[in-house]
Structure formats: C-alpha cells, structure tokens
Write a protein that binds this ligand. Structure first.
Ligand code: DCP
Ligand code: CA
Ligand code: CA
Length: 352
C-alpha cells in the first residue's frame, strides 16, 4: 500500500492571507468569537508568524491578545474556507479516486494502483503541491508512507509547505523511537494512561497483554495500537459517508394541491434514492421551499433501514402533515436522507 496524505498549512489563516495578501508576513489569528463578551472565544488557528510568538489553536482569545496585542485578529469564516477546501479536494480527486476526506484540511489518497515506489509517489506529491499552489495559492504538506497513520506522521514532521516519505525502514525505526503521544488518535488522556504503565514508544506496548491494554484504552484503540506496533496496520482509505443525501425539485407552479405535488415528490425521491449509491438511510426528511422562499422540513426516523416503498409512503405522510400545519403554497419539494447504517469496522475510531 502507498498512502499519500495532504494537510493544508495553517489553513484558515492561510485562506485569509490569500484573500488579503497584505496580511502576509504579519501575525494573523483566526478566532471563534462566542459573542458573549467582546473577546470571549478561542483561537481557531494562527499563521506561523503568530505561532512563533506563542499563539496556539484552542487558546482563549483574551490570552492571545495578552501575548500578541498587535496581531491581526479575524473572525472565522468557515463557509469561505469550506469552499476553498472543496476546490482543493476536487483537485486531489484527479490524482486518485480512492480518497478519504478526513477533515476540512486533510485528505488521504490511496495511490497504490498509480505508483510502484516512493520515488514516483514523491513526484506525484510534488505535482499535487504545485497544482494546488498554482490554482489556489495555498501551500500544503504531503506525507507518504505504507499506511494512513505514518503518512500523517510524515506530514506532521514536514510542516509547513513540506513533503516527506517515511519508508519501511523508517517506519520500523519510528515504532521504536516515536513518542506514543505523537501517534494520531492517541490523545492526552490515553498518552497519560499508557505512560503510567511505562509505555513511551509504540514498541513498548508489545510487552503487555492485549487484554490489559484493552481494559485501559478500550478494544478499538488497543487493536489499533497493537497493529501499529507490530507494523501490521493497514486501515483502508475510505470514502467518507456524507451526512445526508437529498434532492429537491421545483414545481411547475406554486401549489398546495397534493395531487399536483405528488409527481414532483416522486421524482425527487427517485433521484435521491439513486444518489444513495447503496447506502441505507434510517431517517427521511421532506423538504419544502415555500412560496416566500422559506425552507421547512419534516422528518421521520425508522428503527431499521428505509426501502423506497417505505420512503414514498413516509414522504407522503409528511407532506400531508406539512400542508395541514402550514397554509402557504409550496414552490419546491424534495427529500433528504440521513442516519446511514454504517458498516462496523476495526479501525472505526481512527477517523482522520
Ligand atoms: N481548528 C480549529 N480549532 C482547533 C484546531 C484547528 O478551529 N483547536 C481549525 C483551524 C485550522 C483547521 O482546523 O486551520 C485545521 O487544523 P490543523 O490542526 O491542521 O491546523 P492548521 O491547518 O491551522 O495548521 P498546520 O499548518 O499545523 O496544519
Ligand atoms: Ca490538519
Ligand atoms: Ca493543516
């Protein structure tokens, strides 16, 4: 397996710099203002200029302002960053269809079918960096290794604007040498628990009985850590299940007549069902855009997966209910599915 991981550098702050290049070179802090008092809230991220001077993600804004009163403080604009992220992810999709979008600024690509060795993988990494920079002016860091975990570790080591391969020999070395707290998915609490047992490196875990570790960190994490320590971790790159999938269509004319609306509802349902691609939802929402463009929805959750027949029946019931409760005409009608039945998997908790 060859996994290529991409992590966008100081992402929210970098997008702000791209949109306003005069910010470049100055300390920039992107904040989530809670709105309670003027400065209540936390730092979402900071550019490297601000980080060098001690401001970190998660820090209270008040504290950041004590350290760096003259930095530029900007409110987080998540929708803007999300759009940039979507465009970058679309660039990445061209390099492999086996892609796991792990967060707004991270993606794993399985390039095993595209290249045979790390030299070629590295070249793809450089191409990716160049294309993203050319199109979006965003720098990213690329990590390449035999599995997702070491690909991510490679990127952590190479940030910012870097690229690094961790080959099989270095994986073996890191299993012996990297601090257990640096392993993705091992948070502070787990680190403390493991260290109190004398487990400082991945390899140390092999001195312990699986059952003992399982009691302390839970089964999923114990499996994960043992497979990593034995150099047998091969968690697959999985396409993230979208949280909801739906389709909405516009009526020929605004209407409250259920017989007029029905064929449009049926069409949206057919099309939404096709988009499911085999995924099985437990929740269905009827979504209506009213004549004044107000959007309302009514949902129903089943204890089991929804078939098309069930979906059709439920959506009609929801439509009747909605028409009874709301006196406006409907302009657009559709359905949205969510709560997909998920396959359980060994590395389920490893969700980057
Ligand atoms: N983020 C946040 N709150 C945090 C941590 C992160 O809102 N406590 C957001 C802002 C980041 C984005 O998530 O831009 C990605 O997080 P990363 O940890 O990857 O950090 P950055 O991309 O900011 O920096 P780096 O260059 O270290 O990847
Ligand atoms: Ca990240
Ligand atoms: Ca990042």
């Amino acid at each position: 397996m060859i996994i290529l991981f991409v992590d966008f550098d100081y992402f929210y702050a970098q997008v702000e710099e791209v949109l306003n290049p005069s910010l470049k070179g100055k300390p920039v802090v992107v904040c989530v203002f809670s709105g309670r008092t003027e400065n209540s809230g936390a730092v979402a991220t900071a550019n490297y200029e601000a980080r060098k001077l001690g401001v970190k993600a998660g820090m209270p804004i008040v504290k950041a302002k004590e350290i760096l009163p003259d930095a530029i403080y900007l409110p987080m604009r998540k929708e803007v960053y999300q759009q940039v992220s979507n465009r970058i992810m679309n660039i990445l999709r061209k390099y492999s269809r086996k892609i796991e979008i792990a967060s707004i600024d991270e993606a794993y690509l399985d390039i095993s079918d595209k290249v045979n060795n790390y030299t070629d993988a590295y070249k793809i990494g450089l191409q990716i960096k160049n294309e993203i920079y050319e199109k979006e002016k965003i720098t990213v860091t690329v990590g390449i290794s035999k599995n997702k975990v070491f690909a991510k570790i490679a990127a952590e080591m190479a940030k910012p604007n870097g690229i690094k391969v961790i080959d099989d020999n270095e994986v073996k070395k890191l299993i012996r040498e990297i601090d257990i707290g640096e392993i993705p998915g091992v948070g502070e609490i787990t680190t403390q628990k493991l260290k109190s047992l004398g487990i400082n490196k991945l390899i140390d875990i092999l001195n312990f009985d699986f059952m003992k570790i399982k009691k302390i960190v839970g089964e999923a994490k114990a499996n994960y850590l043992f497979s990593l320590a034995r150099d047998e971790y091969f968690g697959p790159v999985k396409e993230r299940v979208r949280k909801s999938i739906g389709r909405i269509v516009t009526l020929k004319k605004n209407s409250r007549n259920i017989e007029e609306i029905k064929p449009f509802l049926a069409r949206s349902l057919d099309e939404a069902f096709n988009k499911l691609n085999g995924k099985i939802p437990k929740t269905i929402y009827l979504v209506a855009v009213m004549e004044d463009l107000d959007i309302i929805s009514r949902g129903k959750t089943f204890p089991h997966g929804i078939t098309k027949e069930t979906a059709y029946k439920a959506s009609l019931e929801l439509l009747e209910k909605l028409l009874a409760e709301d006196k406006r005409k409907i302009r657009r009608i559709g359905v949205r599915f969510s709560k997909f039945i998920e396959a359980t998997s060994l590395d389920k908790f490893f969700q980057f």
